[in-house]
Design a protein around this ligand. Sequence first.
Ligand code: NAD
Length: 265
Amino acid sequence: MGRLAGKVAIVTGAAQGTGAVIARLFVEEGARVVLADVKDEPGREVARGLGDAARFVHLDVRRPEDWKAAVASTVSAFGGVHVLVNNAAILLLAPLTGTSREDFLRIVEVNQLGPFLGIQAVFEPMKTGGGGSIVNISSSDGIKGMNGVAAYASSKWGVRGLTKCAAMELGRYRIRVNAICPEAGNPFMSAPFLPEMSDIANVPHQMMQAILKAPDHATPASRLEDVARMALFLASDESLSCTAADFVVDAGLWAGVYQKGVPSA
Ligand SMILES: NC(=O)c1ccc[n+]([C@@H]2O[C@H](COP(=O)([O-])OP(=O)(O)OC[C@H]3O[C@@H](n4cnc5c(N)ncnc54)[C@H](O)[C@@H]3O)[C@@H](O)[C@H]2O)c1
């Protein structure tokens, strides 16, 4: 018996990266999973590799009509929806002063409006099914400030706010809503913006941290698989006491400042 036996999950942005790893782990743990993405062929390919317990649906998270169709197709294929992982997102690395109104709205529309529409779309089937778990993928950029990410970080802080408000409203229907704030993700997401690190895609994330000079207080690991395992925990009944919470998976990278010269282990 897997940790998600009997559960049906929708994972957005599952054609690659974190979403694909989450979908694979969920299937391994006994869930039936609908992988949703705008990248149809890669998404179908990942779903095919997962066998009969997986399906792909085309979903642009900005479009309420796509959500309606994706949820209907999930219910028709697998009989309900117990878990939603709002993972799809896009990145913009740009100076604040060089970020246009259109850029800002483009980021917010996918990263913040998308999860909002997703929560609305799964509410009825989750309520009818006696409850559920919604896992919103925020970011370590959703817990701190950084240069170059004004639009992206705004959207990821917004995801945490949405998480708490949704948890307040939906708890009475036994629907839990939590956020994960990962440091690790698909290096391809930032590669187009960092030409000076053109080989970024070939560098495992742990090494990237070393290259970027991880501070002395951080543990060396910041692994995508650990993000997926946190999503598994939150999707499963092992986390029934957890709602409205942020789960930081960043190897301690952004926990604080290590002061050299101050007594320390
Ligand atoms: N890459 C990182 O370093 C990093 C770090 C922290 C958090 N995250 C977060 O992790 C999550 C997964 O990102 P990733 O690293 O796997 O990146 P990724 O680019 O590999 O995956 C994002 C997926 O979302 C899909 N997507 C984009 N727009 C969409 C839309 N409108 N509708 C549906 N799907 C859409 C893409 O096609 C892609 O498959 C995101 O929420 C991201 O913000 C990433």
